[in-house]
Design a protein around this ligand. Sequence first.
Ligand SMILES: CC(C)CCC[C@@H](C)[C@H]1CC[C@H]2[C@@H]3[C@@H](O)C=C4C[C@@H](O)CC[C@]4(C)[C@H]3CC[C@]12C
Length: 387
Amino acid sequence: MAEGSAVPTASKGSWGSFLKSIASFNGDLSSLTAPAFILSTTSLTEFSAYWSEMPSVMVAPASEKDKQKRCMLVLKWFLSTLKQQYTSRNEKLGSEKKPLNPFLGELFMGKWVDQAGTTELISEQVSHHPPVTAYSIWNKQHGVRLQGYNAQKASFGRTINVKQIGHAVLHIDEYDEDYLITLPALHIEGLITGSPYVELERSTHIVSSTGYTCKVDYSGKGWVSGKKNSFTATMYPNGREKDVIYTAEGQWSDNFVIKDSHKKVVDSYDAKKMTKTPLQVAPIEQQDPLESRRAWSKVAEAINRGDMDTTSAEKSLIENQQRELRKREKEQGSEWQRRFFKRVPNSPHFDAMAHQVPGGSLEADKTNGVWMFDPAMAKAANPSYDL
Ligand SMILES: CC(C)CCC[C@@H](C)[C@H]1CC[C@H]2[C@@H]3[C@@H](O)C=C4C[C@@H](O)CC[C@]4(C)[C@H]3CC[C@]12C
């Protein structure tokens, strides 16, 4: 074990064996067995909330009349979400844990209520093999809707490398326009010392139906600036990467500036000055049995108590129920009915946007199809939704 290890003394043996085991592991992150002290009590279905913890930043593009500036504000909002997505569980660099693997049909719902009005969230596990989480976040008052889905494909070697499959699409009602967002690849740093954290890799593209593309290049512990979570981004007309309209540069977890083509600063962002709106989630006893916090409550309590026997017994209970359900469906020739999302074989509109990205496609074969939020299904499930 390396010096400065964060692994509890009693867990050093299991961490050592875990590190050896990941070198020979392949494919599905959900089947990775991690030592007890690195298990999180939060399910991946909850991670969809990271897209909108500051609803006013997400709805801001809808109030901008100029289409170039609107696209730039979408880029600014996207960059603002990265801190939540990739470092919020990990403020003291190096405390990332393995999230709970959602079961098919698992739900996570909530809403943010603040100066931007009401922003609703629905997240649903729409596939188990491979694991795929779909989400819909909308603010009716501002006519801004985000939907997307993601799966993770892992490869193991010196560390855990994760490729994200899927995409997010932001829609602005007023202009009937879409912004297709690809998801960054990542890897886990700090495994040797037992203090894992995420580092983003390569790039993200945002392709807009109004004719602009944003490209964000991640440079990890900045070979450009020497600072962690550094990035540079450019916005240009689709397919004309050299005709830069805006640039953005800085640290997505801290602060960044946006400049126009004359290098004049036109906007800036400081994560430290931002306040997150708390997500309102129903009390556990009022939740649907398929809602994440209710379904996993006994597992989460056992993890918090450090009671690993009960943790695995309660986890097995959920897994066995799931196996039973799948067996019954197979016998009846039926399929689990998703509550909010429908599978479509393809989406020509989104597929054309995905093809604007070099080597890009929707990769529907890797996510069990293309998953679309269905407002009619949502209304049927909960008539009080204002869609
Ligand atoms: C620490 C080690 C033992 C286990 C590895 C944990 C690994 C499976 C976790 C760690 C970070 C997780 C990322 C997370 O940073 C954020 C997101 C964004 C969200 O929108 C979709 C899920 C994803 C990619 C998580 C997947 C699971 C990761 C890689």
